[in-house]
Design a protein around this ligand. Structure first.
Ligand code: 6CS
Length: 290
């Protein structure tokens, strides 16, 4: 095993644990593997899967040594290990590139808090959910514009809201009918915070826990309470729709893993409430508009 810290190529930061035999062909098979080997078989033979991630704690986090953590990768790794796939190789990518990259075989699974909604569920095969969470606004200290709901952005056409380009939150604004002119599109979470501090946006719409992590580095921004009129955000691992064996095996292993104390411990360690995901299904979350 060779440990490597991220290598940057074509805008993608490769990070994580790389196996010495990690070279993959465009078809996804290892160099010595036939092209018709499916992703589950390949993962078991190679001992790892390639995973699309962000670097947005607590959902996903890449450490200085290149190791991949956060609630979703930690659960993914733990479940895959029970299936005999020991490691994951992380590829950092923007949210709007996660599904195209998965379907172009640049990675085998997305585990990044990629929230389920109709359009995404028709493009990938989601596992059952592992996280159910909430959205908030990051606003200047004191919340001078008193922005607490999505309706506030509809009621006040002067308000500009920063959102990740192609992210779930951009979809929330679109579905709610907040005009495009009020969206300030940013490429990553740090740029969203900067949009607020530089007054290009009045608020940054992002998951509550991601914002709480970001304000540890920025004392000029506060996080609102979870937004009551935002949809419930739920995520699990996203696989290619052709990878039915992998999806089925993963869901079976996940159901067992959810019964162990380790499932709740991982979520709690990253600040998520394990109780709120109990009984929630991918089918329900996939009804979310957008
Ligand atoms: O699913 C998404 O698109 C969103 N998920 C997270 C965890 N953060 C921001 C992103 O837009």
């Amino acid at each position: 095993m060779l440990r490597a810290i991220g290598a940057v190529s074509a805008g993608l930061l490769l990070a994580g644990t790389f196996s010495a035999c990690a070279a993959t062909t465009p078809g996804g098979g290892g160099v010595d593997e036939p092209a018709d080997v499916n992703t589950l078989e390949r993962g078991m033979a190679d001992g790892y899967l390639r995973v699309g991630i962000a670097n947005e704690p607590p959902y996903t986090e890449v450490n200085a040594d290149g190791s991949v953590h956060g609630a979703e990768p930690d659960i993914l790794r733990a479940v895959l290990q029970t299936m005999g796939i020991e490691e994951i190789q992380g590829v950092i990518t923007p949210y709007d590139a996660m599904i195209p990259g998965l379907n172009a075989d640049r990675w085998d699974v997305v585990a990044a808090g990629l929230f389920m909604k109709q359009s995404r569920c028709s493009a990938v095969a989601y596992s059952e959910p592992v996280i159910v969470s909430t959205e908030s606004y990051g606003v200047p200290i004191g919340n001078p514009n008193d922005i607490t709901t999505i309706q506030d952005a509809i009621d006040n056409p002067d308000l500009k809201i920063a959102v990740l380009s192609g992210g779930f939150e951009e979809g929330i604004l679109k579905t709610a009918g907040v005009p495009d002119g009020q969206h300030v599109l940013v490429k990553d979470a740090r740029s969203g915070m900067e949009a607020v501090t530089a007054k290009r946006a009045h608020a940054f719409l992002l998951p509550t826990l991601s914002l709480r992590s970001l304000i540890e580095q920025d004392a000029s921004i506060e996080v609102t309470e979870p937004i009551e009129d935002a949809p419930r955000t739920g995520s699990g691992a996203a696989f290619r729709q052709t990878d039915t064996e992998l999806l089925d095996a993963y869901n079976e292993a996940l159901a067992e893993f959810k019964q162990t104390p380790e499932f709740g411990e991982i979520l709690t360690q990253w600040g998520f409430d394990p109780d709120v995901v109990e009984g929630v299904t991918a089918e329900e979350l996939c009804q979310t508009e957008g």
